[in-house]
Write a protein that binds this ligand. Structure first.
Ligand code: PMP
Ligand code: GLN
Length: 411
């Protein structure tokens, strides 16, 4: 092996890129060591202990058979080399048609849509294209872990506005105060992970007005767009004044239950999409050629399919929520996503990070502590909150509920 060029002691006050990312991302790195994400930590723990994994959000059943068949057919027919950097045309067309069918938006598949390696790459490429060191990126808090990491890697400053229990709507005064002349991007996530909040039109419209006033770009992560339970999903790009400054991100992982395929996409005005595409080509160039074909088929599925996934998940939400309530926890009923948050304080718990690390051994269930999605102040506010994923078979959720019912006796 070649000798490493990396000096053994680094004397610089500027943190290395991985340190910037880690400090933005999760508590595991708070002690200065390189950490894995909370999702990987909890899944590893669940596997080691044989616990039911309600931590990392992935379904335990595959998505529609016709989408799998389309991927197999694409592989068999030889669609196995690089896709174009911006994605195959049938999928870009399908993304555009989906935006039109559900929201009346008409992005041009040639210039206003790109296919990415999951929403994760769409987020990374957008931030890297749009922000520079010294710029501020504004998100809600709690925030999805990759946001903090990528803002850190981009050398930007991460400013947050809190979402407050029990309904996890933003404190509007704090949101307004969080904007500044350096706000370059407002990164919205709606429906929101980890809280399950679905933001109403008036609130989103206010964000658009504030972004316009500060000349900020809105990047909106709408990967859970079809997973809502009664509350209407309002894409930011449909609001007056938004389209010209908004990049919309989504992913096949959530809608079609193929999280492992990592097919995502984004759409927005040509000048923003062109800048993001420039960065994206140096991240992955392109990926998943046969999966791209298959997701084009998926996006064309009839409206019944989309209504069906939401109805199924709503039922699962209710099974798990009832179990969590019966276990003595305070449940914050989500309006969207496949996550439900609970307050463990009624059981006398004040540190959900510690509890999450012990929960698999205690009762055979894994969950994610909400403070890991926060900076220190937000972590204090959410210190007793835990997030459970309910994208699992109903019998698995019932078994998890039965196990959690024993928690109060095992603490
Ligand atoms: N954004 C949010 C809010 C998510 O919850 C996730 C994944 N669960 C992603 C982005 C990443 O999506 P993908 O797996 O398509 O990269
Ligand atoms: N987004 C999924 C979650 O919130 C996990 C994705 C990942 O492991 N990076 O649980």
């Amino acid at each position: 092996m070649a000798e490493s060029n990396i000096p053994s002691t680094v004397t610089t006050t500027v943190p290395a890129p991985w340190q910037r990312a880690a400090s933005g991302a999760n508590l595991l790195a708070a002690n200065g060591t390189l950490g894995v994400t909370i999702f990987e930590e909890m899944t590893t723990l669940a596997v080691r202990t044989g616990a039911i994994n309600l931590g990392q959000g992935f379904p335990d059943e595959d998505g529609p058979a016709e989408i799998k068949a389309a991927a197999q057919a694409a592989i068999a027919s030889g669609a196995n080399q690089y896709a174009p950097g911006k994605g195959i045309l049938p999928l870009r067309e399908a993304v555009s048609a989906h935006q039109q069918r559900f929201y009346g938006l008409t992005p041009d598949p040639e210039t206003e849509v790109i296919i990415t390696t999951g929403a994760t790459e769409a987020i990374a490429a957008s931030l890297m294209a749009l922000v520079e060191a010294g710029d501020e990126v504004l998100t809600f808090e709690p925030f999805y872990d990759s946001y903090g990491a990528i803002i850190g890697l981009a050398g930007a400053t991460h400013v947050t506005a809190p979402l407050l229990a029990p309904d996890f709507m933003p404190d509007m005064a704090a949101l307004e105060a969080a904007f500044s002349s350096r706000t370059k991007v407002v990164l919205i996530n709606n429906p929101h992970n980890p809280t399950g909040a679905v933001f109403p039109r008036e609130m989103l419209q206010r964000v658009v007005e504030l972004a316009a006033r500060h000349d900020a770009v809105i990047v909106t992560d709408e990967v859970y767009e079809h997973l809502t339970f009664g509350a209407q999903h309002i894409p930011v790009a449909t609001l007056p004044g938004a389209a010209g400054r908004t990049v919309t991100i989504s992913s096949a992982g959530k809608t079609f239950s193929f999280t492992g395929w990592k097919i995502g996409w984004l759409s927005g005005p040509e000048h923003l999409v062109a800048a993001i595409r420039t960065v994206k080509q140096f991240l992955s160039y392109s990926s998943g050629t046969p999966f791209q074909s298959a997701i084009a088929v998926g996006l064309g599925l009839p409206d019944d399919f989309y209504a069906g996934i939401a109805a199924t998940l709503r039922h699962k939400r209710d099974i798990l929520s009832d179990g969590l309530k019966a276990a003595g926890l305070d449940v914050f009923t989500p309006q969207g996503t496949y996550f439900v948050n609970v307050d463990t304080a009624p059981l006398g718990i004040s540190d959900s990070v510690d509890l999450a690390r012990r929960l698999p051994e205690l009762v055979g269930v894994a969950a994610i502590p909400v403070p890991v999605f926060c900076h220190p102040e937000g972590a204090e506010r959410t210190r007793s909150l835990l997030r459970f994923a309910f994208c699992k078979k109903t019998e698995v959720l019932e078994e998890a509920a039965a196990r959690l019912a024993t928690l109060r006796d095992r603490l």
